[in-house]
Design a binder for this molecule. Structure first.
Ligand SMILES: Nc1ncnc2c1ncn2[C@@H]1O[C@H](COP(=O)(O)OP(=O)(O)OP(=O)(O)O)[C@@H](O)[C@H]1O
Ligand SMILES: [Mg+2]
Ligand SMILES: [Zn+2]
Length: 155
């Protein structure tokens, strides 16, 4: 007691801050990005951070920008996330993620009998709608709907 010390995560010079991630989804975001990867830069993960609208997770990645396919996957599990590009310590670009209306080869259908789960060379395809902020995926082959635990079904 008495001795006050402050510990701060160092600011990123160049890289990406994924902010406003739905609390609890940061580790799924890490998985989508293929991390951890020892050949990459520093990654900081903030869980249950108090935000303006309740708890959120934040992921900060040095020296990395995200691919469109990665951002699309993140949108499915964290629809309120923002992608901030950091250049020379400043936010140089801020984008809200956008849930795509159609996703191919991203999610495995939960219907074991679906043709997309057979030995045929068929890529999974889903039409995506948003219901109360929650994405709802409908398989274009069998019509099965996935609306919960989407992260579990990512390919
Ligand atoms: N150089 C940096 N290194 C690490 N994190 C940063 C850096 N610059 C900004 N951030 C983080 O990036 C996020 C976005 O920064 P910004 O300054 O735009 O905050 P904001 O105004 O609260 O944004 P929003 O309105 O999207 O919540 C914040 O979480 C902030 O802490
Ligand atoms: Mg903020
Ligand atoms: Zn199906």
């Amino acid at each position: 007691m008495g001795e006050e010390k402050e510990l701060r995560v160092r600011r990123i010079k160049n890289g990406t801050v994924i902010d406003h991630i739905t609390a609890g989804q940061a580790l799924n975001v890490i998985k989508i990005l293929g991390l951890p990867d020892a050949s990459e830069g520093v990654v900081s993960i903030l869980l249950n951070s108090p935000g303006e609208h309740g708890k959120k997770d934040v992921v900060k990645i040095e020296n990395r920008e995200l691919k469109v396919t990665e951002v699309d996957r993140i949108a499915l599990i964290a629809p309120n996330a923002t992608i901030n590009i950091i250049r020379n310590f400043n936010v140089s670009q801020k984008k809200k993620v956008h849930i795509p209306e159609f996703m191919e080869g991203v999610i495995r259908c939960i219907n074991p009998n679906c043709i997309s789960n057979s030995n045929e060379p068929i890529t999974s395809k889903f039409n995506v709608t948003v219901d109360d902020d929650m994405p709802k995926l409908r398989c274009t082959y069998c019509g099965r709907v996935i609306s919960e635990n989407i992260a579990k079904h990512l390919l």
